[in-house]
Design a protein around this ligand. Structure first.
Ligand code: PHE
Ligand code: CO
Length: 298
């Protein structure tokens, strides 16, 4: 990689422990400071998802997971995963405190670095927490970075993010929706049926079942501008999942310059999270809307 290693600035006591802080916001994974409980939380979540995901997650995700050899052996060491990852696709994991400012996040992706929160949730948060932790970031996102097409998509997204950041907040919102409905909550159509590839789903027991088995949500064929113009929920399972045919389709659909798309979308009101467009959507499942809240889309 061409970037210089992060420069250590100081040590800082945080509410999650004592960690080195670097100028770039990248830290060293404080592996020795994980407690027995932290490792237990990893093992429990890992075992639970591994039991659930065969037949639900796409093969590319399951293959990636197997290739890393993560397991019920406690929290993995990023340095060991990076040996596999960098050799395969040139990506690397970097440890961070948590959610990053948009432009910092985009810069990481554009340089094939995936930021992973170094801390893991507490035992009473196994089913849900409101911010991404190590389990979500690592288990959810990193296995697919071994897939060459998806790995390239993520880098292209980072570059696109820098550009959208320069265009303005509305463009950024459109691009964020694309991330949400693909990288976080995407489904993929396969000869064996619909499968999960989104990190927000594979890292959640409840949503791994709900997104495929429930009749309540819409499942709709991926269409770039449709997705970029659709609001989403951060407080509940998704009302709509978008289904890609392949990672190649996703990569190719997102290759053109988005500048004219941002301009077009600026003139159109966004769709609500649960809308179905009767004349244009390719509908896999028309949601029954059972249990939906109707306000507070993002
Ligand atoms: N082609 C997009 C642009 O011009 C960049 C991009 C690629 C965005 C892949 C998202 C995903 O802005
Ligand atoms: Co995520």
């Amino acid at each position: 990689m061409e970037h210089t290693p992060p420069r250590k600035v100081e040590h800082q006591q945080t509410d999650r422990g004592y960690v080195p802080v670097y100028a770039t916001g990248v830290v060293e994974q404080p592996w020795d400071s994980y407690s027995a409980t932290d490792h237990e939380v990893w093992n429990t979540l890992y075992a639970r998802q591994c039991k659930l995901l065969p037949g639900r997650a796409c093969q590319e995700f399951l293959d990636g997971l197997a290739r890393f050899g993560m397991g019920e052996k406690g929290i993995p060491k990023f340095s060991e995963l990076n040996e596999v990852l960098t050799a395969a696709t040139g990506w690397q994991i970097v440890a961070v405190e948590g959610l990053l400012p948009d432009e910092v996040f985009f810069d990481h992706l554009a340089n094939r670095r995936f930021p992973v929160s170094w801390w893991i949730r507490k035992p009473d948060q196994l089913d849900y927490l409101s911010e991404p932790d190590l389990f979500h970031d690592l288990f959810g996102h990193v296995p697919l970075l071994l897939n060459p097409v998806f790995a390239d998509y993520m880098q292209a997204y980072g570059r696109g993010g820098m550009k959208a950041f320069g265009i303005g907040p509305e463009a950024l919102m459109n691009l964020t929706r694309l991330y949400w409905y693909t990288v976080e909550f995407g489904l993929i159509d396969t000869p064996d049926g619909l499968r999960i590839y989104g990190a927000g789903i594979v890292s959640s027991k409840g949503e791994s079942i709900y997104c495929l088995d429930s009749e309540a949500p819409n499942r709709i064929g991926f269409d770039l501008e449709r997705v970029m113009n659709t609001r989403y929920r951060i407080d509940s399972y998704q009302q709509t999942y978008f289904v890609i045919d392949s990672f190649e389709q996703l990569f190719e659909a997102t290759t053109p310059d988005f500048t004219p798309i941002y301009a077009r979308l600026a003139a159109r009101p966004p769709h609500a999270a649960g809308d179905v467009l009767d004349t244009s959507d390719r509908v896999f499942n028309y949601g029954t809307r059972e249990g939906w809240a109707t306000n507070a889309d993002t």
